[in-house]
Design a protein around this ligand. Structure first.
Ligand code: C2E
Ligand code: MG
Ligand code: MG
Ligand code: MG
Length: 276
């Protein structure tokens, strides 16, 4: 009986994996299809300076609306895009869209910068760095207005290749931010090897920042950033009390639903005009 149960269990488990694999392949096929039919959108979430209260830029965030009108979360489709290699084409598109937007904003909002998220497979492209430099030139934008957001996990693979690429981009004036800082597993020694401009305090360290003993990590990241002469931006601010605490802790910049949710490109323009 025990053996029979095991086999049944195995059979059940087996089909579960198969279903999951089928689901992933299906999603990847749909993603490839929708991407080539221009169904991906790049939305923008404002970032503000805590000292001036002004909008200083935005993070560009991908949105996938499937043909039935439903959104698939980036947390679901980005890993699939990475796994399938699709992230390379999609990532190129994201960077060129962001540069196009910067060019559009140049005249009316010359101080706005845009951050884009980049994934490991993008760095494995031979001409990744040159492509970015060329795209910036094509759109006549100042490199300092484009920021690349990387995560600690980027250093698990081939750190040297990535450090070299980032160093080259930085020397051109592109800004580099370390996203989701403190949620990964990398060693702190990498912080000195990376050519960083900004540290992003993850939402996980902001949510309970006003609960007893819960602001220690945010405070430490902010101090670390200050010591390293980096700007520190906190993400995931949803309440004014979190903003107040972040000001006390000396944080420079913020991004979160309290100020604005990610929004389509046209809405972002309206938002900027209203802030004027
Ligand atoms: P991320 O880069 O850490 O982006 C911040 C995420 O936090 C976004 O989720 C944003 O909508 C969300 N967020 C911002 N403020 C708040 C807040 O106050 N409360 C809450 N609950 N959430 C907030 P989103 O857009 O779902 O993106 C998830 C992740 O997907 C991103 O995390 C990023 O890692 C990835 N991603 C999105 N777009 C791209 C892209 O173009 N390329 C790559 N490689 N990854 C992307
Ligand atoms: Mg990000
Ligand atoms: Mg983040
Ligand atoms: Mg992230």
């Amino acid at each position: 009986i025990a053996k029979k149960n095991r086999l049944e269990h195995f059979a059940y488990y087996h089909s579960d994996i198969e279903d999951q694999m089928q689901w992933r392949l299906n999603m990847i096929r749909q993603l490839r299809n929708d991407f080539s039919n221009n169904c991906l959108e790049l939305w923008y979430q404002p970032q503000l300076s805590l000292s001036s209260g002004k909008v200083i830029g935005a993070e560009a965030l991908l949105r996938w609306r499937t043909t039935d009108g439903k959104f698939v979360s980036p947390a679901v489709f980005i890993p699939l895009a990475e796994y399938s290699g699709l992230i390379i084409e999609i990532g190129d598109w994201v960077i060129s869209q962001a540069c196009k937007k910067l060019q559009e904003l140049e005249e009316t909002f010359p101080d706005i910068s845009i951050s884009v998220n980049v994934s490991i497979p993008q760095f494995r492209q031979e001409n990744f760095v040159d492509n970015i430099i060329e795209t910036m030139k094509d759109h006549k934008i100042k490199p300092c207005k484009l920021e690349l957001e990387i995560t600690e996990s980027i250093l698990m693979d081939e750190p040297q290749i990535i450090i070299d690429a980032l160093t080259k981009l930085k020397s051109q004036g592109v800004s580099i931010a370390l996203d989701d800082f403190g949620t990964g597993f990398s060693s702190l020694s990498y912080l000195q090897k990376l050519p960083l401009d900004r540290l992003k305090v993850d939402r996980a360290f902001v949510t309970d920042i006003n609960k007893e003993g819960q602001s220690i990590i945010a405070a430490t990241i902010i101090n670390l950033g200050k010591q390293m002469k980096l700007k520190v931006i906190a993400e995931g601010i949803e309440e004014i009390e979190q903003q107040e605490r972040l000001i006390e802790l000396g944080c420079d910049e913020v991004q979160g639903f309290y100020y604005a949710k990610p929004m389509p490109a046209e809405e972002f323009l309206t938002f900027l005009n209203q802030q004027k």
